[in-house]
Design a protein around this ligand. Structure first.
Ligand code: R1P
Ligand code: URA
Length: 343
């Protein structure tokens, strides 16, 4: 290789920062170190908790960079990675972009892998099937649903994006025209103080939602006699861009500055008339909108299951202790792993 050519090889594209070895800038790994089936968690400490469920001795890769920790191993013989995103849709945007690069950019050819249906597929090229990428977020959340129990699991079907991350992207035509998504958006705008904010709507992939529900049922069917069943509720997830005012929590002097002070009460009363029937808002958290919206653009299959640690409507308003959350979180991890290898 000439001097000029080797220097060229070391140049990094500022719009696609990947090291010459093929390591992405934030998600610090190479393509072959990341499985196609990925659990996403907010808390980096949860990566270890998930990896403990992997097949004994199977973890073959681990990295830590900022809030993004990665472990890759196998679960019941199937390759699985767990990746932490930290808190918020802004981090999820980074993680999904870099997962996309790791899955679909060919670092040897320096070009995007072709997909079936592309206008130009070079002869003999292997086409990439985006549906092989499956992403399940295992998180914690609050709930505005009056009948929700502390420690229950909220399984996402529809999503209300109260953040602005994906407003900077154009959704697929199919998503934009979806009667159900337009209905969710219409009801949110008409019946909540979010009318003045540009909310967007999206949906978890039905295969993921159904896979999580099937895994919840199977989990409960296989419990030992007398063991407590894991409650779960399927519904709409409202994703916020913060934890306090952005989720209707009024902290001291901020009370008078809240644009939507009755957010939880308003969300608790919503009902959407969608294809699946009457749908309620099951939970409020901080990542699912970007996960589902960006995955839908790419044709990846994504969804979320979150442990309710804050019960914010109904007779009692409660926040779970660490111990109360721990059992449900372990159940959620097991259920998500069973779902992701079963889909
Ligand atoms: C807030 O406490 C954080 O917890 C929830 C929210 O979405 C936010 O990230 O999820 P994780 O427990 O996955 O981080
Ligand atoms: N995570 C959130 O984002 N909100 C809650 O209320 C609890 C956990």
């Amino acid at each position: 290789m000439s001097k000029a050519a080797s220097a060229d090889h070391l140049k990094v594209d500022p719009d696609l920062p990947v090291s010459p070895e093929g390591v992405t800038y934030h998600v610090k790994c190479k393509s072959d170190e990341l499985a196609d089936r990925i659990l996403l968690v907010g808390d980096p400490g949860r990566v270890k908790d998930v990896a403990e469920f992997f097949d004994a001795g199977s973890v073959r890769f681990h990295s830590e960079n900022r809030e993004i920790y990665i472990s890759t191993g196998t679960y019941q013989g199937t390759p699985v990675s767990v990746v932490s995103t930290g808190m918020g849709t802004d981090n999820v945007e980074i993680v999904i972009n870099e997962i996309y690069v790791l899955k679909e950019y060919d670092f040897v050819r320096r070009g995007w892998r072709p997909r079936a249906g592309d206008a130009h597929v070079p002869q003999g090229a292997q086409v990439f099937d985006p549906s092989t990428v499956k992403l399940i977020r295992v998180g914690t959340c609050g709930s505005p649903f009056p009948d929700m129990s502390l420690g229950a699991l909220a399984v996402t079907r529809y999503v209300i994006g109260m953040d602005n991350t994906c407003l900077l992207y154009k959704a697929n035509e199919q998503v934009k025209k979806s009667k159900d998504l337009l209905e969710v958006q219409r009801v949110v705008k008409a019946r909540t103080g979010l009318g003045g904010i540009d909310v967007y709507t999206t949906k978890a992939h039905p295969a993921i939602t159904n896979g999580i529900v099937a895994a919840c049922k199977s989990f409960n069917e296989h419990l030992s006699a007398g063991a407590k069943k894991q409650e779960y509720v399927v519904g709409t997830t409202a994703t916020a861009s913060g934890f306090y005012g952005c989720q209707g929590r009024a902290v001291g002097r901020f009370r008078e500055h809240l644009l939507v002070p009755n957010l939880v009460e308003e969300l608790s009363k919503l009902e959407f008339d969608v294809t699946e029937g009457k749908e309620i808002v099951a939970n409020i958290e901080m990542e699912t909108s970007a996960l589902c919206s960006l995955s839908n653009m790419l044709g990846y299959q994504a969804g979320s299951v979150c442990v309710v640690v804050a019960k914010r409507a109904g007779a009692e308003h409660l926040f779970a202790t660490h111990e109360q959350g721990k059992v449900a979180l372990a159940n959620a991890i097991r259920i998500a792993l069973n779902a992701i290898v079963g889909i």
